[in-house]
Design a protein around this ligand. Sequence first.
Ligand code: FES
Ligand code: FES
Length: 152
Amino acid sequence: MRRIAVTVNGERRQAEVEPRQLLVYFLREQLGLTGTTVGCDTSSCGSCTVLLGGESVKSCTVLAVQADGAEVTTIEGLAQDGELHPVQRAFHEQHALQCGYCTPGMVMATVGLLAEQPSPSEADIRLALEGNICRCTGYHNIVKAVQAAAEA
Ligand code: FES
Ligand code: FES
């Protein structure tokens, strides 16, 4: 076991983890942050996307020990003082979800995209989200939501 300290959603969390523990299971099972979902476990679907050091990553491709000393933001960390984050609001207003399973990953990937590229073109958005799969195929409204968030 290894002891790690990770700042998650602004709060320093310490835990003992196995060296092979994936970040997504550290978040979900050890910290109880189940907003980050697991769609595939094999880095294909993007539903597990979180921000690590401000950059979006698929948390099933990162070991928890690799996040030692870093800052992680999950979907639970976006809303502030009961107010949705602008990207969450845009997904809500543009009806950019159906079952919602992919939504946390889509939202986190969008937050990561807009931090790097505040005014992405539609092609940029589609390229940035190509690693995030929506089984309900709601891509059209998802792109509209990202555009709305960029303009917010
Ligand atoms: S669960 Fe991580 S990419 Fe699918
Ligand atoms: S809204 Fe159902 S998987 Fe995307």
